[in-house]
Design a binder for this molecule. Structure first.
Ligand code: ZN
Length: 481
């Protein structure tokens, strides 16, 4: 923090027209963080203002980019004293609009806090700063024979701090859990600049209330994740992927039970594609489908293990058993890395396939597997009631109870967007599901929070917010008003 001396005051056009309190705050932040750590509102680059879907926020007062926890703490303390709201940004890959700045806010970017500080191979843990890009950590530990198992489409941009703040899920939750399960220790800075240091690399630590859990998945409304100790696992030597055609939902459930029993911890993915998804996705492949369309369900199964031959034998035996029991109508097994990539391609075409139904209303919901079929029947009926032309496309991480839905919205009736959302979230509420399985609430789903959380739960969230951020400066109006 020795950057203060001799820095020029902010040019007057930057602070012109702002309340005196704001302009003196900006001058103080500039002095504190230097030119690398402070970008005035008028010079803010486009990337701080938009998300991957092309949504755009409003112009912030400034972007601050602290170099370390001490700078971040000092900057937050100044914002807190001035009562100026702050929106935290990691890799800006969030899908709930939470990271987009609103007018009058200061953007707090962790992009300069991107050091992987320590990798402890014996303990299977890494200590990282909040701004480390997910893929950078994955790549760094792989040559050591280790893996950081969290994995999602935004891996090249999203940050570990953002993954933790939003309790990210993704492709391997079935085997390794959500981000929460991978966090061992955490350093958090509170709204007033207080540094909460719970950065101990201890798997077992029952010393009173586990405070770090408050911040995991809190979407940054209670504090800023600045550093973390995360778990690493042995890198599997090999993986096997199969695509199965299944005739009905009862058989899908039976197949999951069968594979869990046969493959136990080696089962790493069980991705289910309804025909509404699969039959459209294969038209985008540009080559024959791995299994012809026309089945009710297609299931992508992935297993990984340390002994390649044993793994292949186990998967083949499990699939053979499933065919014999009539759980699977048809199956293909990938034999090479290229074939594995081909099978995953069908599932990875999710965004492109959903676009075939444009304009769509997208959903990311959870419901217990046992009630999923009834849930989807009610969703279909509720959206048809909004407009009979509403069409439904479904796929998801079935073993996690997580479905991604895209509802086609009649293009000549754009006003039906809200009605479709309300209809689907109403069904989710009745089935005691979650309106956001992995994407969070952010700015986007605030008004539907009560579909998934009780009044007592929301009141407790507000109590925590008021206690930890009494001036309501952190990610204001995200999750709830
Ligand atoms: Zn997903």
């Amino acid at each position: 923090m020795a950057l203060a001396g001799g820095l020029p005051r902010l040019p007057s056009h930057i602070t012109e027209g702002l309340p005196l309190s704001d302009s003196s705050l900006l001058s103080a932040l500039h002095e504190m963080l230097g030119s690398r750590g402070f970008v005035p509102g008028a010079s803010v680059e486009e990337r701080y203002l938009s998300d991957v879907l092309g949504n755009r926020g409003e112009s912030p007062l400034a972007v601050v980019r602290p170099a370390d926890t001490a700078q971040l703490s000092a900057a937050l303390a100044r914002c807190h004293a001035a009562g100026v709201p702050v929106v935290t940004q990691g890799g800006r890959t969030g899908l709930a609009l939470g990271q987009l700045p609103r007018a009058g806010e200061i953007v707090l970017s962790l992009e300069r806090m991107n050091a992987i500080e320590e990798i402890d191979v014996d303990a299977g843990m890494a200590t990282v700063q909040g701004g480390v890009v997910l893929q950078a950590l994955q790549d760094q530990v792989e040559p050591l024979g280790l893996m950081f198992p969290l994995d999602l489409g935004g891996r090249g941009s999203c940050t570990i701090g953002g993954n933790i703040a939003t309790n990210a899920g993704g492709n391997r939750v079935l085997r390794y859990g959500m981000a929460r399960e991978l966090v061992v220790g955490l350093e958090v800075v509170l709204a007033d600049g207080t540094v909460l240091d719970d950065l101990k690399p201890l798997l077992k630590n029952n010393t009173g209330i586990d405070l770090k859990q408050l911040f995991i998945g809190s979407e940054g409304v209670l504090g800023v994740v600045t550093r973390a100790v995360v778990r690493l696992f042995p890198l599997p030597a090999d993986r096997t992927v199969a695509l199965c055609a299944v005739r009905d939902f009862a058989a899908v459930r039976a197949l999951l039970r069968h594979l869990r029993a046969q493959l136990a911890g080696d089962l790493t993915a069980f991705e289910v594609m309804w025909s509404s998804y699969y039959d459209r996705a294969v038209t985008l492949l540009g080559r024959p489908a791995p299994i012809a369309p026309g089945h009710a369900f297609h299931v992508l199964v992935e297993a990984s293990g340390t002994d390649a031959r044993l793994l292949a034998a186990n998967v083949e035996r499990a699939l053979h058993g499933a065919l014999e029991q009539g759980l699977v109508a048809d199956a293909v097994l990938a034999k090479s890395g290229a074939e594995i990539a081909e099978l995953w391609r069908v599932r990875d075409l999710a965004i492109e396939t959903s676009r075939l139904l444009d304009p769509i209303v997208p959903f990311d919901v959870s419901v217990p597997i046992a009630r999923m079929e009834a849930f989807l029947a009610e969703v279909a009926a509720a959206t048809q009631a909004v407009d009979p032309r509403c069409d439904l496309l479904v796929f998801g991480h079935l073993a996690d109870g997580n479905l991604h839905l895209a509802v086609h919205q009649p293009p000549d009736r754009p006003e039906t967007f809200d009605a479709i959302e309300a209809a689907v979230y109403g069904v989710v509420g009745r089935f005691r599901g979650s309106i956001s399985a992995e994407h969070g609430i952010g700015w986007l789903k605030r008004e539907y929070l009560a579909c998934s959380r009780s009044p007592a739960e929301i009141a407790m969230m507000r109590t925590l917010k008021a206690a930890l951020d009494p001036r309501n400066i952190l990610n204001r109006a995200r999750i709830f008003e």
